[in-house]
Write a protein that binds this ligand. Structure first.
Ligand code: F6R
Length: 609
């Protein structure tokens, strides 16, 4: 969601910035732009099409410069039209790009109007540009770094910004509060970006700014001040951001590539796991895990569904009472805090604003035991939690989360086993068996991926529908939810998931011969009950699409389409059953011709509330 790149150098940086924007496309955007200091003033190109269109405009107009900022915008305040696209100018002196939301933009706008500023966009961003401009005339006395430090004190909300002004060539100032921003250090040149990936190939030396930091980039160095305006030193890290993540290889879409990467991603997530031990989650994990009496999981979207799955594992295998909350709800509701609970946040990006705010809310209630399960080791979420498990899915570019989900489940299963072991609920033999099955997951997933041709045959059928139901029971109910979410977000088919036992309490009214009903039917303790639920569907003409185990005795029949799942290990079955649902959503979306990797209205990292 929104991307920033900025640079100061003694060469034309426009190609670096445009390439950076291309690498940030995956975050989701609906307009983009670049501004440079050229011929002594800011000049810009903006597009409401793709970065490729911006690149063509830049080439045609001959935009070049050594001081520049660039942006991909995901519209919040103001429609995705050219005059709202960033960079936003103030009085043709300042060029600014911004991620996030300024909550007090209305009062600032009134104040600035009173001082003679005209607003030409509907963005909240324009108030920042004018605020910096007005400060430069007064308290900041022509010093951009100082003006940004003063301006940020007046902003409420979450943001990352990058800005330059015509009077200070080779200076770009950045600030972060709630949205990520990294500094890339070069030789006689320096950069800013929302994600190190944007600068892969340009530098591998990065500083991850902390909350409230303001940074000034010059050719020969960077200066940082912290939230209290005190000079700050931040660790320089070598990060080999993998630009190969943005190469599609033989795949048609990133989502397809990422679905097929899951055996590797889970193998990597398990790397180094020799046995079940609290140290997997951090040095002090054992002490923490021994003190806690419950688990509170906070997450959004797909990550929330991995939390729901973990509740089944944690309560049955480790017998730890677990609650799972949608982060955007938890942060605003009155809850009963428990200082002995382990707060677990789950996030692919580690940037999701709602999950971060829920974490901070949980902490403010005196719940200090925190653990993040996250795919980005340098994220704010990892920094702000005491314990972590890093999933090693690799960069996920498709907006619809796939490999992040199955690696989260892998990490959550390891957490379950760890808590079970500490509570004396895991024998050595059970530990060895679970580990064996975890290590076998990549091979098991490859067998599931081999079902793709059968799923493509179903997808043609689904592509003609406007509604679908997904059913699962027990551990597989959250997987049904995830399957429905995948289908709706990328194919735009309305999909709902229910625990199969709930059918007759309402959703059965929707079942006609037009309704496809996807059923997850592993041969577990509930399979006979599930078969009764399937009969209820068939009796109303509903078309069943069933993922069944070989020994569950569910056969192809009129209105009953069956794909047989390869043999699998019961406890890990949710991970395996996720994959055919991802493939079904993917191929249905392809058959409908939607923009699979960038579905409408959605962004990758949701860094605003
Ligand atoms: C769905 C999807 C979203 C994310 C959600 C949380 O496919 O990708 O629902 O799961 O926005 O994002 P993270 O995991 O980055 O916190």
């Amino acid at each position: 969601m929104c991307g920033i790149v900025g640079a100061v150098a003694k060469r034309d940086v426009v190609p670096v910035l445009v390439e950076g924007l291309r690498r940030l496309e995956y975050r989701g955007y609906d307009s983009c732009g670049v501004a440079v200091l050229q011929d002594g003033k800011p000049q810009r190109a903006r597009s409401v099409a793709r970065v490729a269109d911006l690149a063509a405009q830049v080439a045609e107009s001959g935009l070049t410069g050594e001081t520049a900022v660039a942006h991909t915008r995901w519209a919040t305040h103001g429609a995705p039209v050219t005059h709202n696209a960033h960079p936003i100018f103030s009085r043709d002196e300042i060029a600014l790009v911004h991620n996030g939301i300024i909550e007090n933009h209305e009062s600032l706008r009134e104040e600035l109007r009173g001082q003679g500023y005209e607003f030409v966009s509907q963005t909240d961003t324009e108030v920042i540009a004018h605020l910096i401009h007005v400060l430069l005339q007064g308290a900041a006395a022509g010093d951009l770094f100082k003006a940004v430090r003063l301006a940020t004190k007046r902003l409420h909300g979450a943001y990352a910004i990058a800005v330059f002004r015509k009077q200070e060539p080779h200076v770009v100032v950045g600030a972060r509060a709630g949205s990520p921003l990294v500094v890339g250090l070069g030789n006689g040149e320096n950069f800013l970006a929302s994600d190190a990936l944007a600068l892969a190939g340009t530098t591998d030396q990065f500083i991850y700014l902390e909350e409230g930091d303001v940074v000034e980039l010059r050719l020969n160095g960077v200066q940082i001040v912290d939230r209290h305006d005190a000079p700050a030193t931040r660790e320089v890290r070598t990060v080999h951001a993998y630009s190969g993540a943005v190469e599609l290889g033989p795949y048609r879409h990133y989502m397809q590539k990422e679905i097929f990467e899951q055996p590797r991603a889970i193998g990597d997530t398990m790397e180094g796991v020799e046995g079940i031990t609290p140290e997997l989650f951090g040095e002090n994990a054992e002490g923490v895990f021994k003190q806690i009496d419950s688990v509170l999981i906070l997450a959004c979207g797909t990550s929330y569904y991995s939390g729901l799955t973990a509740k089944y594992w944690l309560e049955s295998l480790a017998q730890v009472p677990t609650s799972v909350e949608v982060a955007s709800e938890y942060r605003y509701r009155d809850s009963v805090p428990n200082p002995k609970t382990l707060v677990v946040t789950i996030s692919q990006s580690g940037e999701t604003a709602d999950t971060m705010a829920a974490l901070q809310h949980a902490q403010s209630l005196g719940q200090a035991h925190t653990l993040a399960i996250c795919n980005v080791g340098t994220s704010a979420m990892v920094r702000e939690t005491a314990l972590h498990y890093l999933t090693r899915a690799g960069t996920e570019i498709g907006v619809a989360s796939t490999k992040a989900f199955t690696t989260q489940l892998t990490a959550l299963f390891l957490l379950t086993l760890t808590l079970a072991k500490l509570r004396g609920r895991l024998t050595a033999a059970q530990e060895a068996e679970h580990l064996k099955q975890l290590r076998h997951l990549p091979a098991a997933l490859n067998s599931v991926l081999a079902l793709e041709p059968q799923i493509i045959a179903w997808a043609d059928d689904f592509a003609r529908r406007e509604n679908a139901l997904f059913l699962g029971r027990g551990l597989h109910y959250p997987i049904a939810l995830e399957g429905a979410l995948k289908l709706k977000e990328i194919s735009y088919i309305h999909a709902e998931a229910y625990p199969a036992g709930e059918l007759k309490h309402g959703p059965l009214a929707l079942v006609t011969d037009e309704m496809p009903v996807v059923t997850i039917a592993p041969n577990d303790a509930l399979v006979e009950k599930l078969k009764s639920n399937m009969q209820e569907v068939r009796a109303r003409g509903g078309q069943l699409y069933v993922f069944a185990d070989a020994d569950s005795n569910i056969q192809n029949d009129e209105g009953v389409h069956v794909i047989r799942m390869p043999e699998h290990y019961g406890q890990l079955s949710p991970i395996l059953h996720t994959v055919p649902l991802q493939l079904l959503a993917y191929h249905t979306a392809c058959a409908r011709g939607t923009d699979v990797d960038k579905p409408r209205n959605l962004a990758k990292s949701v860094t605003v509330e």
